[in-house]
Design a protein around this ligand. Structure first.
Ligand SMILES: Nc1ncnc2c1ncn2[C@@H]1O[C@H](COP(=O)(O)OP(=O)(O)OP(=O)(O)O)[C@@H](O)[C@H]1O
Ligand SMILES: [Mg+2]
Length: 464
C-alpha cells in the first residue's frame, strides 16, 4: 500500500459530519422508535406470568436450626423440582387437566429459589393470565404430591397460591422503544458514514492533494449566488439579476467567499513570482463546477489590487462571462477570430465601477469552436493582448468534455483547475488532469469551490 492510501481520520470531522447530516439520524430515530412502538402495541401478544411460592420445611424427625447443609440440599432439590416439573409426566398431567400443549408447557414453566432460604417459586408464562394462574396452582398441588412420591420429601407447603396476573411481563414497551431507538441511531450513523464512503467527490483540500496530487491554491466557500438557469424560461430580468449575484467580491467584499478570493489572489501572486505567468486558463473536469464564477471573481480581486486584468471568454459553447458581468455579448472573440484581416484593434469592454478590469466577451457562438480556438489567429490575439495587460484569464469549457481547454492550455502559461466540493467526481478530475498533462500543460493548481461553509472542513482550513 502506498502512503497516499492512508486516510487520516479526524474525530472532529466525523462528529461534524454527523451534525451536518443530523436529519438522517432524526429520521432513523423516529422510524425505529415508531415501528417498535406500533409493533409492541399492536402486534406482540402480551405475556402474563403467574407465580406460586412454596416452602420446603424440615422433616419432622430432624429438629434443629437451619444449617448450611440444609440450604445446599434445598438448592439441590430445586434442580430436582425443575426437572420434575419439566418432565413428561407433569406435562401430560397439565395437558389432560387444562389442555396445555406439552412442548408449550415445558418451555414456559420455571422454578426459582429465593436466595439462602428454603422458599422457592414456580412460575408459568402464558398469553392467557387465567390459564397461567390455573397452571401454576395445579403445579403446586402436583409438586407436593410428587415430592413426597419421588424424592420422599413430605413437607412442601404452598405459601402463596397464584393470583390472576394483571400486568404483562412481556413485551416491555419502554425497553423495546429504547432499544429500537438505539438501533435506529446506530443505523443512521452507519448510513451517514456509508454515504460518505461511497461519495466519489472531493470534499476537502486534502482529498484533492491526496487523490489528484495537485496543489490547492484556493478554497472558496459556497455563497448565496444566483441559481443559474432555474428561472431561465420564466423571466429574463430575474435571470440577469441572479447572474449578477455571483460577483460576490464586489457585491459583498466582507463575505467569507470574497476573503477566500483574496487569499487565492495572494497565492497566485506568490506563484507568479517564480514563473512568468501572464496568461492563465481556467477550466474544470465537468459542467457547472464553477469555472466562470471563479474566473470573474479572481479577476476582480486582482484588478482591485491594481493589476491590469483581462478576462477572455473562450467558452464558445456556453459563454457566460458577459452574463456574470451584466454585459452585452454582441461582439467579441469570435468576431476577431472569424475576421480574415489582420488584428488591428481589439475592442474590450469594462465593467462599470471596477477599475483595471477588462473583458473580452465570447461573441456569437460559432459552429466549430475547437477548430477556431486552435487556429494560429487565437495564438496571435493572445500574444498581442499579453503586451497590454498584467494578467489574462481565459474562461473555457470543461476539459473532460471537449478539447477546447486543452487546446488553449498550449498557448497559456498555466492552467487552473476548478473543482466543486461535493460535486466534481474524482474520476472526472483525474481524467481532466491526465488530458492536460498529456499535452504538457502546466497546471499551476486547483481551486476547490462551493465548500459547504457550515462544514468543519471549511472552518478548519481557514482558521487553523
Ligand atoms: N462558490 C460558489 N458558491 C455558490 N455557488 C457557486 C459558487 N461557484 C459557482 N457557483 C454556482 O454554480 C453554478 C455554476 O457556476 P459556473 O457558471 O461558474 O460554472 P461553470 O463551471 O463555469 O459552468 P459551465 O461548465 O456551464 O461553464 C452557478 O449557478 C453558480 O452560481
Ligand atoms: Mg462557465
Amino acid at each position: 500500500m502506498q502512503n497516499s492510501d492512508f486516510v487520516e481520520v479526524d474525530i472532529r470531522e466525523l462528529i461534524f459530519l454527523l451534525l451536518r447530516k443530523w436529519y438522517i439520524l432524526l429520521i432513523c430515530l423516529i422510524l425505529s422508535t415508531g415501528v417498535a412502538f406500533l409493533v409492541t402495541k399492536y402486534y406482540l401478544k402480551p405475556i402474563y406470568r403467574a407465580e406460586t411460592t412454596l416452602f420446603l420445611g424440615k422433616e419432622k424427625d430432624k429438629i434443629g436450626a437451619l444449617s448450611l447443609l440444609d440450604l445446599q440440599v434445598n438448592s439441590q432439590l430445586v434442580v430436582d423440582y425443575r426437572e420434575i416439573l419439566k418432565s413428561r409426566l407433569v406435562a401430560e398431567n397439565i395437558q389432560s387437566k387444562l389442555g396445555v400443549d406439552i412442548k408449550t408447557f415445558q418451555n414456559n414453566v420455571d422454578v426459582m429459589t429465593v436466595k439462602d432460604s428454603r422458599i422457592f417459586k414456580i412460575s408459568y408464562d402464558d398469553s392467557d393470565p387465567k390459564l397461567a394462574c390455573n397452571v401454576v396452582n395445579e403445579l403446586g398441588t402436583i409438586i407436593m404430591q410428587l415430592a413426597s412420591d419421588i424424592i420422599e420429601v413430605k413437607n412442601v407447603k404452598v405459601i402463596d397460591t397464584a393470583k390472576i396476573p394483571t400486568d404483562p411481563i412481556k413485551p416491555n414497551k419502554k425497553m423495546n422503544v429504547a432499544l429500537a431507538g438505539l438501533l435506529g441511531l446506530i443505523l443512521g450513523v452507519s448510513i451517514i458514514y456509508l454515504m460518505e464512503f461511497i461519495d466519489h467527490t472531493f470534499k476537502k483540500p486534502e482529498e484533492v492533494e491526496r487523490k489528484l496530487d495537485l496543489n490547492v491554491i484556493g478554497t472558496i466557500p459556497t455563497f448565496e449566488g444566483g441559481k443559474r438557469g432555474k428561472k431561465k424560461a420564466k423571466d429574463n430580468k430575474v435571470l440577469e439579476e441572479e447572474y449578477l449575484k455571483n460577483l460576490i467580491t464586489t457585491n459583498n467584499p466582507k463575505a467569507a467567499a470574497s476573503e477566500a478570493f483574496r487569499e487565492l489572489r495572494t497565492n497566485l501572486q506568490y506563484k507568479s513570482v517564480d514563473k512568468d505567468m501572464k496568461v492563465l486558463i481556467v477550466t474544470s473536469p465537468s459542467l457547472g463546477d464553477g469555472k466562470t464564477v471563479t474566473t470573474v471573481n479572481m479577476a476582480i480581486t486582482l484588478a482591485q489590487s491594481g493589476k491590469k486584468v483581462l478576462v477572455i471568454d473562450a467558452d464558445l459553447r456556453k459563454p457566460k462571462v458577459h452574463s456574470y458581468f451584466g454585459l452585452k455579448n454582441n461582439e467579441g472573440l469570435t468576431n476577431i477570430l472569424a475576421n480574415d484581416k489582420e488584428i488591428k484593434k481589439i475592442n474590450v469592454l469594462q465593467k462599470e465601477g471596477i477599475a483595471n478590469l477588462y473583458i473580452l466577451t465570447s461573441g456569437p457562438i460559432p459552429p466549430n469552436p475547437s477548430e477556431i480556438l486552435s487556429s494560429s489567429k487565437m495564438k496571435m490575439i493572445v500574444e498581442q493582448l499579453k503586451a497590454d495587460y498584467d494578467i489574462i484569464f481565459i474562461d473555457t469549457p470543461p476539459v473532460g468534455q471537449v478539447t477546447d481547454a486543452a487546446i488553449l492550455s498550449t498557448i497559456a502559461d498555466g492552467s487552473i483547475i476548478v473543482l466543486a466540493s461535493g460535486q466534481t467526481r474524482i474520476e472526472m478530475a483525474k481524467r481532466a488532469k491526465k488530458a492536460l498533462e498529456s499535452i504538457n500543460a502546466s497546471i499551476i493548481g486547483t481551486v476547490l469551490t462551493k465548500i459547504d461553509n457550515r462544514s468543519a472542513y471549511y472552518q478548519y482550513y481557514r482558521y487553523e
